[in-house]
Write a protein that binds this ligand. Structure first.
Ligand SMILES: *[C@@H]1O[C@H](CO)[C@@H](O)[C@H](O)[C@H]1NC(C)=O
Ligand SMILES: *[C@@H]1O[C@H](CO)[C@@H](O)[C@H](O)[C@H]1NC(C)=O
Ligand SMILES: *[C@@H]1O[C@H](CO)[C@@H](O)[C@H](O)[C@H]1NC(C)=O
Ligand SMILES: *[C@@H]1O[C@H](CO)[C@@H](O)[C@H](O)[C@H]1NC(C)=O
Ligand SMILES: *[C@@H]1O[C@H](CO)[C@@H](O)[C@H](O)[C@H]1NC(C)=O
Length: 293
C-alpha cells in the first residue's frame, strides 16, 4: 500500500513535469512585431495566430525582408502607415521610369480585394497598348489623366519607355487607369505590353515622371473586434488558428476573447493551463484507481 501510493505520486510528478516542460511552453504566443525594420502590428501578423484573421498568411518575413503575398507572387513591403491605414508595396518584376520589364499581372485574392485593395491615389499606367486594346475602344472611359499628366509623358520622360516611341515612330497608345480595370482584365486582355504603377498621385502636379513614386499603395480596413482594449492591457491581438475567433494573447498560459486584465501576463513563471491540470487530475485518479489506493 505504502509503496504503490509512493509510486503513483512519483508518476504524477513525472507527468506534471512533462506537462510543464513540453506542451505548455510550446503554447507561447510568439508574435514577431518587427521584420526588416518594418513594424508589424495589428491587423497584420507574421506568425500564424497573430493579428486579425482576415489578414492571415498575407505577410512573409524572411532574411530578404517583409513580403506581401498574393496569388500573383510576393511583393516587397516598403512601409506600413498605421495611422493612415496604408501599406506601400513594390513589385520587383514591374517596369518603372528607368527599368523595363515584361508585365506581370497583379492578382489579389477575393479577400485581399475587399480588405486591402490599392488606394484611389494609386494608378496603373498601361504602356505600349495595341490599337485593339479594350481601353482604346469599348472601355475608353476607364482611362484618365491625373494631376495634369497624360500618359504620353511617359514616352518622353522615361528612359525605359522612350524606345516605344522610337520603335513606332510616334506615341503608341497608353492609358492611366485604376485598380478596378486591372482587376477586371488581365494584361493579356488589356493588350498592352508593359505597365507600371504610381502612388500618391494627388501630390504629383508639376512633378515629372522620373520623380514619381513607383509601387502600389494599399488601403486597408480593420473591423473593431476589441483589439484596442486588448492592446491597452499590454497584450497582443491574435486569433485561434482553428476557429479564427479573435483572441487577446495574454500570457504563456491564458488567452482571453477581450482583454487580459485579471489574467496577469507579466509573470515570468510557466504555469500549467487548466486543461493540463484537468488531464493531470484524471490521470492521477486513474492511477489511484488502478492501484486500488
Ligand atoms: C516565406 O519565405 C521563406 C524564406 O524565404 C520561404 O521559405 C517560404 O516558402 C515563404 N513562404 C511563403 C508562404 O511564401
Ligand atoms: C509594343 O506593342 C506592339 C503592339 O502591341 C507589339 O507588337 C510590340 O512587341 C510591343 N513592344 C515590345 C517591346 O514589347
Ligand atoms: C489627357 O491629356 C492629353 C494632353 O493634354 C489630351 O490630349 C487627352 O485627351 C487627355 N485624355 C483624357 C482621357 O482626358
Ligand atoms: C493562445 O492563442 C494562441 C494563438 O491562437 C495559441 O497558439 C495558444 O495555444 C493559445 N493558448 C492557450 C492557452 O489557449
Ligand atoms: C499583475 O501584476 C501587476 C504588477 O506585477 C500587479 O500590480 C497587479 O496587481 C497584478 N494583477 C493581478 C490581477 O494579479
Amino acid at each position: 500500500m505504502e509503496t504503490s501510493l509512493m509510486f503513483a505520486f512519483v508518476i504524477e510528478l513525472l507527468i506534471s513535469a512533462l506537462y510543464l516542460a513540453g506542451p505548455v511552453r510550446s503554447l507561447l504566443p510568439a508574435c514577431r512585431n518587427l521584420c526588416g525594420g518594418i513594424a508589424v502590428d495589428y491587423p497584420f501578423g507574421i506568425d500564424d495566430g497573430c493579428g486579425a484573421p482576415q489578414y492571415r498568411k498575407m505577410l512573409n518575413c524572411s532574411g530578404a525582408g517583409l513580403f506581401f503575398l498574393t496569388p500573383s507572387g510576393s511583393y516587397r513591403v516598403r512601409s506600413i502607415d498605421y495611422e493612415k491605414k496604408t501599406m506601400v508595396i513594390y513589385d520587383p518584376a514591374m517596369s518603372t521610369c528607368t527599368v523595363l520589364q515584361t508585365h506581370h499581372d497583379l492578382v489579389m485574392s477575393e479577400i485581399q480585394s475587399v480588405v486591402i485593395p490599392p488606394s484611389s491615389d494609386t494608378i496603373f499606367a498601361l504602356v505600349n497598348c495595341s490599337v485593339d486594346s479594350p481601353v482604346l475602344n469599348h472601355y475608353r472611359s476607364l482611362c484618365f489623366n491625373f494631376s495634369g499628366h497624360s500618359c504620353n509623358e511617359l514616352y518622353d520622360a522615361c528612359t525605359s519607355f522612350r524606345m516605344f516611341r522610337m520603335l513606332s515612330n510616334g506615341y503608341p497608345p497608353c492609358c492611366f487607369t485604376s485598380y478596378s480595370t486591372v482587376r477586371l482584365m488581365s494584361m493579356n486582355i488589356l493588350d498592352c505590353s508593359h505597365y507600371t504603377s504610381v502612388y500618391n498621385t494627388d501630390n504629383l502636379r508639376g512633378v515629372g515622371p522620373l520623380d514619381w513614386s513607383y509601387g502600389m499603395k494599399l488601403s486597408y480596413t480593420v473591423a473593431d473586434t476589441g483589439c484596442q482594449r486588448c492592446q491597452r492591457s499590454g497584450s497582443t491581438c491574435g486569433f485561434d488558428t482553428e476557429t479564427e475567433v479573435p483572441l487577446c494573447l495574454c500570457s504563456t498560459t491564458a488567452n482571453s476573447t477581450r482583454e487580459c486584465s485579471g489574467i496577469n501576463a507579466t509573470g515570468g513563471g510557466v504555469r500549467p493551463n487548466p486543461l493540463a491540470l484537468f488531464q493531470l487530475f484524471v490521470l492521477g485518479a486513474s492511477i489511484r484507481f488502478f492501484y486500488h489506493i
